[in-house]
Design a protein around this ligand. Structure first.
Ligand SMILES: NC(=O)C1=CN([C@@H]2O[C@H](COP(=O)(O)OP(=O)(O)OC[C@H]3O[C@@H](n4cnc5c(N)ncnc54)[C@H](OP(=O)(O)O)[C@@H]3O)[C@@H](O)[C@H]2O)C=CC1
Ligand SMILES: O=C(O)[C@@H]1CCC=N1
Length: 261
């Protein structure tokens, strides 16, 4: 399989390109604006321009920022086109003439741990779905969603990747600094709390409410913390954040569809 990545030197496109090569899943053809870059010594092909990338690729991944889509003027009739862009809908993507599929990976692609849900547009075949699963499988897990609106919800949630754990870590680091804990000790304590403790939920995250309840029923110090967090609006703040991001993704999809006519 030959996979062409438009934006193959970016955050996500780079992670995908490196993984596809390292795992020997595909020949990789790259395009960006700045021209060929160091790719860690990997054997990749640099396309001369967009038409050259399209001609050389079986599958085309669009990993440019949403605001750069319109200027790209991609024409890829007969090709499978996988878009990573937030807020660019299937109907807008279809104007490239290819069979289009929207995926929403996250920054954990860098460590092969992205969760990448996707939705398929009209005309996408069973073979295309298998190809998409293979491409996205290079950077983690993937699954097809039943409707496009769910991709905007996932843009807000899993698409944000490490952003919310980072926010939690930031708040915890600030608390420890304020209490005079040395930065290196604080870093170890927060990493153990945010990263290592979360592993207890692996494979059973649906049991999170039960685990919260267990701590509340314990009636100890954690209970005092959890109850105060809720009284201060912790769950409401999470819901409001995800709602704002979903709304932004939907508004972007609508604006991009309107601009595309
Ligand atoms: N980063 C994230 O965590 C996530 C990002 N996404 C989506 O993935 C997409 C890519 O994001 P991200 O990797 O962060 O973006 P980056 O800004 O890191 O990378 C963008 C890439 O696009 C290239 N590019 C821009 N315009 C063109 C063009 N006209 N022709 C060829 N290449 C071009 C850039 O090349 P150059 O450097 O030469 O300008 C660069 O390689 C976005 O649409 C975003 O919505 C989705 C989920 C999570
Ligand atoms: O913050 C963003 O816009 C990117 C796209 C989806 C998730 N992260």
């Amino acid at each position: 399989m030959r996979v062409g990545i438009i934006g193959g030197t970016g955050w996500l496109g780079g992670a995908l390109g490196r993984s596809l090569v390292d795992k020997k899943l595909a020949e990789v053809i790259l395009l960006n604006r700045r021209g060929p870059q160091d790719y860690g010594g990997r054997a990749v092909v640099w396309a001369n321009d967009l038409a050259d990338l399209v001609a050389q690729s079986d599958v085309i991944v669009v990993s440019v920022r949403p605001e750069d889509w319109a200027g790209l003027q991609l024409q890829a009739p007969g090709k499978l086109v996988i878009s990573f862009m937030a807020g660019v809908g299937l109907s807008t993507l279809a104007q490239c003439g290819g069979r289009v599929l929207r995926a929403m990976p996250n920054a954990s692609a860098e460590i092969g741990a992205s969760y990448s849900p996707w939705v398929a547009g009209a005309g996408v075949t069973a073979e295309d779905r298998a190809a998409a699963a293979r491409v996205l499988g290079a950077i983690g897990s993937q699954e097809e969603l039943p409707e496009e609106a769910q991709l905007e919800v996932m843009t807000a949630l899993s698409g944000s990747g490490p952003a919310y754990p980072a926010l939690l870590a930031q708040a915890m680091l600030a608390f420890l600094a304020e209490r005079g804990v040395a930065p290196d000790v604080a870093a170890r304590a927060v990493e153990a709390t945010v990263c290592a403790s979360a592993r207890l939920l692996e494979g059973k995250v649906a049991e999170a409410p039960a685990l919260v309840q267990t701590f509340i029923d314990y009636r100890g110090t954690t209970c005092a913390g959890l109850e105060t967090a809720e009284a201060k609006g912790f769950s409401a703040a999470v819901a409001a954040a995800l709602s704002a991001a979903t709304d932004k993704a939907l508004a972007m999809r609508q604006a991009n569809a309107q601009a595309a006519g």
